[in-house]
Design a protein around this ligand. Structure first.
Ligand code: PMV
Length: 323
């Protein structure tokens, strides 16, 4: 049997602004997806007959990327991520499965994280009608802290460039990383799930509409971009207070863009007294918020009391790996 794990992700800065070419910063989290593959007499997924049309990520990885023509496979998937909540569960699934399949076919070889990031991005694009940024797939593959942008970002390490033909035209991104200083080891993220799924496409369209009706709102994107740069600087030097302040400021800008919800705001407010910074994370309209804190159990309690489901993680864990 070949088995691999790939982490989920949490966006610290730049959601929505990244759609307008500004940088987004995401970290890999402790939770993720484990995939295992074993040769079998039938194609199965979780003990049931595998139906390719219902699982486009899996189908794309096996048949389009690997062009696998070997014996049928028994595929098993375990996840401790909230799904459809902005935690990158489909990208983690694609990475874990591609890694497990690679190890099944080449048992003695090492995993190539950049190759896996590209494979998982192509699976996301295949499953999402050609619209997918490389944020989730590259954070899950590379681990640590990933900065995705239309341009190279000063102060980061450039890892690879990638492009995609989308229904709206060709898009290009630079995928960069920064190393997180060891002084960050004492800090935790507490992610709070609102219980509502996060409709990314709908929220991106809502923001596009808001800006086309109120062109002056484009300044919010520029503000988010400046906050992202400040947050990135704070993160790279281990300045926890600065990082938290930037997260608080980012939440206000996202509220101005009308992507927060009363429930997300309530969870953010409840977490703040025990946090260095709190904000919604991802597309908004549901999904999750995140707090940076030295006191994760207090924050988890506050989130629970305000109606959310908490999950405690460290920042920037290792990327896709063999088990
Ligand atoms: O769907 P999520 O939570 O991973 O967040 C999407 C981030 C957006 O900037 C809103 C959309 C995008 O494609 O980057």
């Amino acid at each position: 049997m070949a088995k691999a794990f790939a982490p989920g992700k949490c966006i610290l800065f730049g959601e929505h602004a990244v759609v307008f070419g500004h940088p987004a910063v995401a970290v890999a989290i402790d939770q993720g997806v484990t995939a295992s593959v074993t040769e079998s007499s039938d194609w199965t997924l979780e003990g049931k007959r595998f139906e390719p049309s219902r699982h486009p990520h899996i189908e794309h990885i096996i048949h389009n990327v690997f062009q696998y023509e070997g014996p049928p496979l028994k595929i098993d998937i375990e996840s401790n991520l909230f799904s459809a909540a902005g935690m990158g569960s489909s990208a983690a699934l694609s990475n874990a499965l591609a890694a497990a399949l690679h190890l099944h076919i080449n048992p003695d070889s090492k995993l190539d994280q950049v190759k896996l990031a590209k494979m998982a991005h192509s699976a996301e694009a295949f499953a999402q009608k050609g619209r997918a940024s490389p944020t989730d797939s590259s954070t899950s593959a590379l681990g640590g802290c990933v900065v995705v942008s239309g341009d190279r970002v000063p102060g980061t390490i450039h890892v690879f460039d990638t492009s995609l033909t989308t229904p709206e035209g060709n898009r290009e991104w630079a995928v960069n990383t920064i190393s997180i200083p060891s002084s960050m080891n004492d800090a935790f993220l507490v992610i709070g799930f609102s219980g509502d799924t996060s409709p990314t496409g709908k929220m991106v369209a809502k923001v596009a509409n808001l800006i086309s009706n109120n062109p002056e709102m484009i300044s919010e994107m520029e503000s988010i971009s400046k906050i992202t740069t400040a947050g990135l600087t704070a993160l790279s030097v281990g300045n926890l207070d600065g990082l938290g302040l930037a997260m608080d400021a980012c939440h206000e800008r996202l509220r101005n863009l009308e992507v927060s919800t009363p429930k997300l705001d309530r969870m953010v407010e409840a977490a703040r007294p025990h946090s260095l910074g709190s904000k919604l994370t991802g597309a908004g309209g549901g999904g999750c918020m995140v707090s940076l804190t030295n006191d994760p159990s207090r924050v988890a309690e506050a989130i629970e009391i305000s109606g959310g489901t908490p999950l405690i993680t460290r920042l920037g864990t290792e990327g896709v790996r063999a088990l």
